[in-house]
Design a protein around this ligand. Structure first.
Ligand SMILES: CCCCC/C=C/C(=O)SCCNC(=O)CCNC(=O)[C@H](O)C(C)(C)COP(=O)(O)OP(=O)(O)OC[C@H]1O[C@@H](n2cnc3c(N)ncnc32)[C@H](O)[C@@H]1OP(=O)(O)O
Length: 359
């Protein structure tokens, strides 16, 4: 039986519910089938060679040649249905259910000595945050907020703490185009930052190496930040045609003065660990050679303190600010949604992806 228009619309809705990223290749296939099913063969001019994203999309659509619209619609429905097993398996996870470390693709999560440790685990990509990592961090934080540990720690595996948002996130364009991509990104970012604002236990960052972008801005929402003297702190938003997130437009001026915050958030000044400590973003800096030993000894001692007292003390410090922080988060996400559609941002991402620029 041929897929009806209704089947096609159902399949489009199902794609939006996919929790697991099916990868670029599948997304391009979905995009090309969608375009063929709705508009017929590709008759758009071929994008320029540096317009990597649109060129990949054009290539995928053009490769379908004169495939009839009905066949494309059927193939789209079949492809979505073949992805449904991953859809079911991801939705089977109960919210708040503790997952073992091995249950995560992008993290290592362990719990011992009263400490839940969430370790970013894409060392070959400098722990850049891809879409899956955003979702897994939210899951891990929700689980940690309910487990019996006293404190929660975020750290990185390898030489980086994190290089921030994975810039390849910008290449997975859904059928609704770049506007839909920007809207989805803003929704994801708002939910992600919201988890940090609402996290109820002491949350500590163990910054083992350089930190970039969102991994820096979020530090303003942590309760303590310990850094190796190898760490650096860099928020190159203007270079990337973007704007501050993670509530940093509010927390950074409060922490370090408006002028110092402007140097970081507007002019992209990179701070050493010592400078970040002098400006109040970092709690204490340790020599890299003794960093892990000294920090974990200290954290284990903290984790022995009465957990309810720590939770209540955090609550009284944070609660006064929560409403404001959520409002700032919403505003930052809405501004960023616009920035992601700007030429400035698109050019910066294409330049990075085509290996023309690095920070
Ligand atoms: C949806 C929510 C959005 C929230 C908004 C967030 C905004 C931000 O976080 S803005 C900051 C974005 N980050 C960057 O612009 C950093 C880009 N990366 C770099 O400039 C460099 O990779 C580096 C300075 C971080 C490290 O340079 P280097 O030591 O020379 O190492 P490589 O460049 O060879 O990196 C190894 C490997 O990792 C890939 N990679 C590193 N960072 C990212 C990244 N942020 N996004 C995507 N990929 C990244 C890099 O491409 C290399 O990959 P391979 O070539 O495949 O080995």
């Amino acid at each position: 039986m041929r897929a009806s228009q209704k089947d096609f619309e159902n399949a489009m809705n199902q794609v939006k519910l996919l929790k697991k990223d099916p990868g670029n290749e599948v997304k391009l296939k979905l995009y090309s089938l969608y375009k063929q099913a709705t508009e017929g063969p590709c008759n758009m001019p071929k994008p320029g060679v540096f317009d990597l994203i649109n060129k990949a999309k054009w290539d995928a659509w053009n490769a379908l040649g004169s495939l009839p619209k009905e066949t494309a619609r059927q193939n789209y429905v079949d492809l979505v249905s073949s992805l449904s097993s991953s859809l079911e398996s991801s939705s089977q996870v109960e919210p708040g259910t503790d997952r073992k470390s091995t249950g995560y693709e992008t993290l290592m999560v362990t719990s011992e000595d009263g400490i839940t440790k969430i370790m970013l685990n894409r060392p070959t990509k400098k722990n850049a945050l891809n879409v899956e990592m955003y979702h897994e961090i939210m899951h891990a934080l929700k689980a940690a907020s309910k487990d019996d540990s006293a404190i929660t720690v975020l750290t990185g595996n390898g030489d980086y703490y994190s290089s921030g948002n994975d810039l390849t996130n910008f290449t997975d364009i859904p059928p609704g185009g770049v506007e839909e991509k920007a809207k989805n990104g803003a929704i994801l970012l708002r939910e992600f930052v919201g988890c940090f604002i609402d996290f109820p236990k002491p949350l500590i960052a163990v910054v083992n190496g350089p930190a970039v972008g969102i991994s820096v801005t979020l530090l303003g929402l942590f309760d303590a930040v310990y850094a190796s003297d190898r760490a650096t702190f860099h928020t190159p938003f203007s270079h990337l045609g973007q704007s501050p997130e993670g509530c940093s437009s509010y927390t950074f001026p409060k922490i370090m003065s408006p002028a110092k915050a402007t140097e970081m958030l507007v002019f992209g000044k990179k701070l050493t660990a010592g400078e970040a400590c002098a400006q109040g973003l970092v709690t204490e800096v340790f020599p890299d050679s003794t960093f892990q030993k000294e920090v974990w000894t200290r954290l284990k001692a903290f984790a022995k303190l009465p957990p309810n007292a720590m939770r209540i003390s955090k609550e009284i410090i944070r609660n006064r600010e929560k409403e404001k922080l959520h409002a700032v988060n919403a505003e930052e996400c809405s501004v960023l949604q616009g920035r992601w559609l700007s030429d400035e941002c698109m050019n910066a991402v294409v330049n990075f992806l085509s290996r023309k620029s690095k920070l």
